[in-house]
Write a new protein. Structure first.
Length: 413
């Protein structure tokens, strides 16, 4: 049966950022049939099941392009205030955080994801612990199997581990669950593994995700083979200080010909930004995570100047207090005080809708005929008199009222 979902305001989330007053979306199955005024759609589809929300604001379902679910049990275990302290604490406490209670913590975290109006996530999986939970969730999931490891003597083992996880995830492939490839970072993955993993990525045909230039420690290591990472690798992975296996630019060159989403990028220089732009890469930023781990935020002005699409994401509970995109949007709204308030609010909305969908190769992120019926309805008192819809939604939206994924209503706790 055709459904019509109407609201006082409808944000189409196209590049012109058009909106409809007393608008609606008609959908059948998993596809949007039409977007128009509620009145016109009722006349066009008189037999449709229709509902209208006079205090409602309707958007495409939100897209959280980068999160880690496996460390959702963390609350006070990991150390913040420096990337070096944090990463060392992750390795030290990894087994505990991924042990008893981890799966229940992941389920609770997914409830929070849904309640924020998120319909799609890009989930980075380093061990496969989150596989079945995500495959059986109601979310649309891009499941990024992460390749990691730089020790030449362990390459065969590391490859077999990665390949096993990838093949296992392919068993769950569906219209809502897409297995993909992630490269952990240039400092932690041997170029041989990167090249082999990219062949798998091309076979799968989707985007590749990779952390890039997240910290000063990363740059110091990649350019000079000194600093924190030398001691880190010696302490945790072999007893001998190794050398960096590639420079930042050499790493980016390995990604030629591949759709890429870089993550963090707070330490990227102009040359690296230019190279990323030439690759057609997008850049996902996680402001709360960056604040906790390194204290610096992505320089948005440089990213815009380079012409790189900017996405907003939460990262994981290993470096954040929640997986709510609503909270991340509010933080970003206030954190970038030099950005014009209203236009910045609109850009932020696009960073978790249309632009995120484009970067990830999704048929969603915008309310338009033919796209997926992933819909998020919120209620904001007085929205009918509002002239700053994007801004007021970011400021005041706390929980989604109604959520549809592929045209199916999803329970939100």
């Amino acid at each position: 049966m055709i459904h019509i979902l109407g609201a006082e305001r409808v944000l189409l989330c196209d590049e012109e950022f058009r909106l409809l007053s007393k608008g609606a979306v008609a959908f059948l199955g998993d596809k949007i049939l039409a977007v128009d005024s509620y009145e016109k759609l009722q006349k066009r589809y008189p037999e449709a099941l229709a509902e209208y929300h006079p205090q409602g604001i309707l958007l495409p379902g939100l897209i959280n392009a980068h999160l880690h679910l496996e460390f959702s049990a963390n609350q006070t275990t990991l150390l913040y205030g420096g990337f070096d302290r944090w990463l060392s604490s992750v390795i030290t406490h990894r087994d505990v955080l991924m042990g008893e209670g981890a799966k229940e913590a992941m389920r609770r975290a997914l409830d929070e994801v849904l309640s924020s109006g998120t319909t799609t996530i890009g989930a980075i999986s380093s061990a496969g612990l989150d596989l079945e939970i995500l495959a059986h969730s109601s979310l649309r999931v891009l499941f990024f199997n992460e390749v990691i490891g730089s020790n030449p003597s362990a390459i065969d083992f590391l490859w077999e581990d990665f390949l096993g996880r990838l093949k296992r995830s392919e068993e769950f492939k569906s219209s809502r669950f897409t297995p993909l490839v992630a490269i952990h970072s240039p400092y932690s993955v041997h170029p041989f593994l990167i090249k082999r993993a990219l062949l798998e990525a091309k076979r799968l045909g989707g985007v590749v995700s990779t952390h890039f230039m997240e910290s000063k420690e990363e740059r110091e290591w990649l350019e000079e083979s000194r600093g924190f990472f030398g001691d880190f690798f010696a302490r945790f992975f072999g007893g001998v200080k190794p050398k960096a296996l590639s420079t930042p630019l050499e790493f980016l060159e390995l990604l030629e010909g591949q759709r890429v989403m870089l993550v963090h990028g707070v330490q990227m220089n102009e040359e690296e930004l230019a190279k990323a732009a030439s690759l057609g890469a997008s850049l996902a930023s996680c402001p709360r995570s960056n604040r906790l781990l390194g204290g610096e935020l992505l320089d948005i002005s440089k990213v815009k100047k380079a012409g790189i699409p900017f996405l907003l994401a939460t990262d994981g509970l290993s470096s954040n207090t929640s997986l709510s995109l609503l909270e991340e949007l509010r933080i970003a709204l206030f954190a970038y005080a030099k950005e014009p308030l209203e236009s910045w609010a609109r850009e932020l909305v696009l960073s978790v809708t249309k632009r995120a969908a484009y970067a990830l190769g999704l048929e969603s992120g915008e309310l338009r005929e033919g796209l997926k019926a992933d819909l998020a309805l919120f209620e904001l008192e007085g929205i009918g008199e509002c002239t700053q819809e994007a801004l007021q939604w970011i400021l005041h939206a706390k929980k989604v009222k109604t959520l549809y994924i592929e045209g199916k209503k999803v329970e939100v706790k």
